[in-house]
Design a protein around this ligand. Structure first.
Ligand code: SF4
Ligand code: SF4
Ligand code: SF4
Length: 300
């Protein structure tokens, strides 16, 4: 609502009892309220979690004490401090402050960690690896290849250096080592070429994609597992239900046989019946379905 409209309404309301001072004070209140509403609306737009997430490095390391970049973005949209992202460092804080139009803290909150000076990637000492797959389960961006009892290796181009695979390794054969010379973030650190900054941005976008794809895959697997468990937990059939299934299967078989016999008898006489022939596919399907149901019940 425009301030002028509000003022006009107030003015009309007060027409006839014209107290100039009171009206002026109310006008000021309305203007202040309008400004606050406009600011709140603007903040709401700026504090869009998608836009905030787009500024984060997508390491998915959880050092901000969340389960990944997106949850931290959502927290910031609700007013959480903007200096908890350790890999993002000061350039990310500044980018967040510009977006959210809030003052930029000078450094990452030390309670969360210290920003590394160089991009790190994991390295597996492959001759020591026992192929337990624990690192694969821990990697948020699917940057490790391997299979049970086989040697594992890191896809360096996909590794975000999040460190999450190191602790689960039972034989301690994963190290974090300096990776290819790509800046940690693309938020205009000094002395970086446009190409290097673009590489950092592309890497983050790709990490986000891989993280989301992995989460979807895990969610589907969890759903399938829950379904299987629910199926197993189903109560066994009662004797009456089993015998009903047996009777249904026997009846379906017998109807099918009856029609088949009639057709054979006709065939022996060099005749046929279109009506009986038309019934055959349906009777066969019914007999098969009844048999399947019976076998499934026997397995349960
Ligand atoms: S990269 Fe930053 S925002 Fe993302 S999980 Fe790590 S600390 Fe949190
Ligand atoms: S390989 Fe290790 S350090 Fe690299 S992204 Fe996966 S979990 Fe993180
Ligand atoms: S956790 Fe360690 S031992 Fe297990 S597969 Fe990974 S690197 Fe190999």
């Amino acid at each position: 609502m425009a301030a002028a409209d509000n003022f006009q309404r107030l003015h009309q309301r007060h027409a006839g009892r014209h107290h100039g001072c009171q009206l002026a004070a109310e006008h000021r209140d309305v203007l202040a309220l309008d400004r606050l509403l406009a600011l709140a609306e603007r903040r709401g737009l700026l504090a869009d979690p998608d836009r905030i997430d787009a500024l984060l490095p997508q390491t998915q390391c959880g050092l901000c004490k969340t389960s990944g970049c997106r949850p931290y973005a959502e927290q910031m949209a609700q007013g959480e401090a903007i200096n908890h992202c350790v890999p993002g460092g000061v350039p990310t804080i500044q980018a967040l402050a510009r977006l959210l139009q809030v003052p930029a803290p000078e450094q990452v909150d030390p309670d969360y960690g210290i920003t590394p000076s160089h991009r790190l990637v994991a390295f597996i000492r492959e001759d020591e690896c026992i192929g337990c797959t624990k690192c694969i389960q821990a990697c948020p961006v699917d940057a490790i290849v391997g299979a049970a009892k086989l040697m594992h290796t890191i896809i360096e181009a996909e590794c975000t250096g999040c460190n999450l695979c190191v602790a689960p390794c039972p034989v301690d054969c994963i190290d974090l080592v300096p990776g290819a010379d790509i800046p940690l973030t693309w938020h205009t650190p000094q002395n970086e070429s446009a190409h290097a900054l673009q590489q950092a941005k592309d890497r983050a976008d790709k990490a986000r994609e891989r993280f989301l794809a992995r989460n979807s895959r895990l969610a589907l697997a969890a759903e399938a597992l829950a379904k299987r468990k629910a199926e197993k937990a189903k109560p066994a059939l009662t004797d009456a239900e089993r015998s009903a299934l047996m009777i249904a299967a026997a009846m379906a078989r017998s109807q099918l046989k009856k029609v088949e016999k009639q057709l054979s008898a006709l065939q022996a006489r060099g005749e046929t019946s279109e009506v009986l022939l038309a019934q055959l596919p349906e009777l066969r399907a019914a007999a098969q379905a009844a048999q399947d149901a019976l076998e499934k019940a026997a397995l349960a």
